[in-house]
Ligand binder design. Structure first.
Ligand code: SF4
Ligand code: SF4
Length: 80
């Protein structure tokens, strides 16, 4: 299970975390992000065997749209 620990992308203003034990790889977050800063991570799979999601944190504006729309509560956005 250690392979499925959450992955967090951070800068000095926010954290964006993908919980790979919850993410089913539906891609809704990628579709909804207004900044187009999310994509499937070809190097990391989640618990269900589909690609996890990674975030280009420099483009992220912490709007939380991805967190709100994720049907599996697999994203957390935190402003610092
Ligand atoms: S919307 Fe949620 S479950 Fe779907 S790919 Fe994004 S993080 Fe995973
Ligand atoms: S918080 Fe907003 S800008 Fe950042 S990844 Fe989610 S939808 Fe995109």
């Amino acid at each position: 299970m250690s392979d499925f620990i959450p992955e967090t992308f951070s800068d000095n203003k926010k954290n964006w975390t993908n919980f790979s034990k919850l993410c089913k790889g539906c891609g809704i977050c990628i579709e909804k992000c207004p900044q187009k800063c999310l994509e499937f991570d070809k190097k990391r799979n989640n618990y269900y065997g589909t690609p996890a999601v990674k975030c280009d944190i420099n483009k992220c504006i912490a709007c939380e749209i991805c967190e709100i729309h994720c049907p599996d509560m697999a994203i957390r956005v935190e402003k610092k």
